[in-house]
Design a binder for this molecule. Structure first.
Ligand code: MN
Length: 350
């Protein structure tokens, strides 16, 4: 009994977030086109979670509930330090961790590739995708709503969905979306589109966060706090896998405190070279980023050649140095995929 009343009140409050006029909004119509059955729909971000994956999942799940679709946010793998700090500072509940997608249904946020999804996603039912990473390989036999814009944060698109659904944004959801926007746009300084700006300005007064810059600094400090972590835990904490033709490669993305990028890069490179032979990958890469730049190292046969071809910034040194700092999805991944795919097309033609 104890649990029913709060749940009922939450449901009534959620229902009140969508006005009668909004019932006919295009957003609500599109989302309700799907038959969700009686199963809960999990809203989940990518493996190696970050605040955008976590915050988008929380806010999108709340939106679905508000329009009558039973949803729950979930996290893929252990929640990272940066997200954990933000959740705590913002008074948000950490989503439960799911590691097996079989026999469940999902809305994917902040990813749309099987390599970045929890295990067995190919055997799950996917009922929606909201991403900003370009086209992945996730498939659905059904016609499902997909929103994927080249914007700074997936969370900015969740905010757009609230607007398109005519749904009221709670302070809770606003804080969840802001943690994603802050992290992915580096406190509104990197890859910020008008949509991100509009979302940020919409959410900030609702969220009731007094010191947004202080929050961001705290998130940054948590992100670069590797106290008690092994090199392997650091390397794999923000690691993603990719395929291009027959090639499989992985890219770690590590953050460094100001003044430590050389030391962190050297340590990560040493670790990467050590594990490479057992990794089963054609190439491994590691990017280390501080406030000013990104240093990238590599492992694998012909990796240096690949780096030379991919990045005009490479000057033949021990690292490719990008100044200002770059992100994996915008700057690092696209040239590697393009070159490796064209190589495999040439191989196929021979
Ligand atoms: Mn993101």
């Amino acid at each position: 009994m104890k649990r029913i009343f709060p749940a009922l009140i939450a449901l009534l409050l959620a229902a009140a977030c969508v006005s009668a006029a909004a019932e006919s909004s295009i957003g609500v119509q599109m989302l309700r086109k799907m038959d969700y059955g009686t199963d809960v729909t999990y809203v989940i971000g990518h493996k190696s979670p970050d605040p955008d994956a976590i915050g988008s999942a929380i806010a999108a799940a709340e939106l679905l509930n508000a329009i009558g679709i039973r949803a729950e946010p979930a996290a893929a793998e252990r929640i990272d330090n940066e997200s954990a700090f933000a959740l705590q500072a913002l008074g948000l509940e950490a989503p439960r961790i799911l590691d097996d997608a079989r026999e469940k249904q999902f809305v994917l946020v902040d990813h749309c590739a099987y390599a970045h999804a929890i295990d067995h996603m190919a055997r799950a039912r996917i009922v929606g995708i909201l991403d900003h990473h370009g086209m992945g390989d996730v498939k659905s036999a059904e016609v499902i709503p997909v929103l994927s814009l080249p914007v700074g944060a997936a969370a900015s698109q969740v905010c757009l969905c609230y607007r398109d659904c005519g749904a009221g944004i709670t302070p809770y959801a606003a804080r969840a979306m802001l943690m994603g926007i802050l992290s992915d746009t580096r406190n509104m300084t990197y890859n910020v589109t008008d949509l991100d700006r509009e979302a940020y300005e919409t959410l900030l007064p609702i969220a009731g966060i007094e010191d947004i810059d202080g929050l961001y600094t705290g998130m940054q400090n948590a992100k670069t706090d590797y106290e008690g972590m092994t090199d392997g835990e650091i390397f794999y904490s923000k690691y993603k896998e990719y395929t291009a033709g027959p090639y499989r490669f992985g890219i770690a993305s590590v953050s460094a405190q100001p003044g430590t990028i050389a030391e962190v890069s050297a340590g990560m490179k040493r670790y990467m070279l050590e594990i490479f032979p057992q990794s089963g990958r054609d190439y491994l890469f590691c990017m280390v980023t501080d406030n000013d730049s990104t240093w990238m190292s590599w492992a694998g046969d012909g990796a240096e050649e690949l780096v030379r071809e991919s990045y005009p910034e490479y000057d033949g040194g021990e690292y490719v140095v990008f100044t200002p700092a770059v992100t994996r999805k915008l700057k690092i991944v696209p040239p590697l995929i393009t070159i490796l795919e064209s190589r495999s097309a040439e191989d196929g033609a021979l």
